[in-house]
Design a protein around this ligand. Structure first.
Ligand code: 5RP
Ligand code: FE2
Length: 228
């Protein structure tokens, strides 16, 4: 049975009390913390950098899943590693020398992931899949939290799962954008092993802990094929 991880995205957390927000989701059973780094070039928004990753590192022992929505990410790999990132995800659209970047991340001792925008075909994975630890399928256009899930991405996740299963090594399949209790079971059944959720957790009217437990329940309700 595949193990499914829930990764709350701090993009939607109340930054006035980030430590408390992270503690709440950790208490409710979060597996990873997802950090959205945006540069105002690759995506039309600016968010966090290394200092926030370093601060998170001091307040949690959960793995930090750092999603780099930046141009030329190779400039910052070492700095994010030093700040305490565990997993670094780069966009294929931002990396003409993707293999070199992935090798760079793994050379730093971190897990390396590749992210694909909704309009980027899965065929770009063909030559890089054997070298990555993680594939992130964007299920909204990157740049902002709280957007609506693009329904067609469910089928893309299913196809990505088939590509991964054809290889002989464990690769996480992460979905990011518009994920909540209403679509989590379907996504897990389609083959996702990591669910990123920002607004559905941190903006839930009954609080982040209750929201995370709802999401976990939805994951548990999924009918995951036993093999593989
Ligand atoms: O990468 C992202 C946006 O580019 C975020 O991780 C994603 O949007 C999560 O937020 P939400 O669950 O609110 O959609
Ligand atoms: Fe993200």
């Amino acid at each position: 049975m595949r193990e499914v991880k829930i990764a709350p995205s701090i993009l939607s957390a109340d930054l006035r009390c980030l430590a408390r927000e992270v503690e709440a989701v950790a208490r409710a059973g979060a597996d990873w913390i997802h950090v959205d780094v945006m540069d105002g070039h690759f995506v039309p928004n600016l968010t966090f950098g290394m200092p926030i990753v370093a601060a998170l590192r001091r307040i949690t022992s959960l793995p930090l899943d750092v999603h780099l929505m930046i141009e030329a990410p190779e400039r910052y790999l070492e700095a994010f590693a030093r700040a305490g990132a565990d997993r670094l995800i780069v966009h294929v659209e931002a990396c003409p020398h993707l293999h070199r970047v992935i090798q760079g991340i793994r050379g730093l001792g971190l897990r390396a992931g590749v992210a694909l925008n909704p309009a980027t075909p899965l065929s770009v994975l063909e030559e890089i899949l054997p070298d990555v630890d993680q594939v992130l399928i964007m299920t909204v256009n990157p740049g902002f939290g709280g957007q609506a899930f693009i329904e067609r991405m469910r089928e893309k996740v299913r196809r990505a799962r088939r590509m991964i299963d054809a290889l002989d090594r464990p690769i996480e399949l992460e979905v990011d954008g518009g994920v909540g209790p209403e679509n989590a079971s379907d996504l897990v059944e389609a083959g996702a092993t990591v669910l990123v959720a920002g607004a559905s957790i941190f903006e839930a009217p009954d609080g982040a802990e209750a929201a995370l437990r709802r999401l976990r329940q939805a994951v548990e309700n999924a009918r995951i094929p036993r093999f593989p």
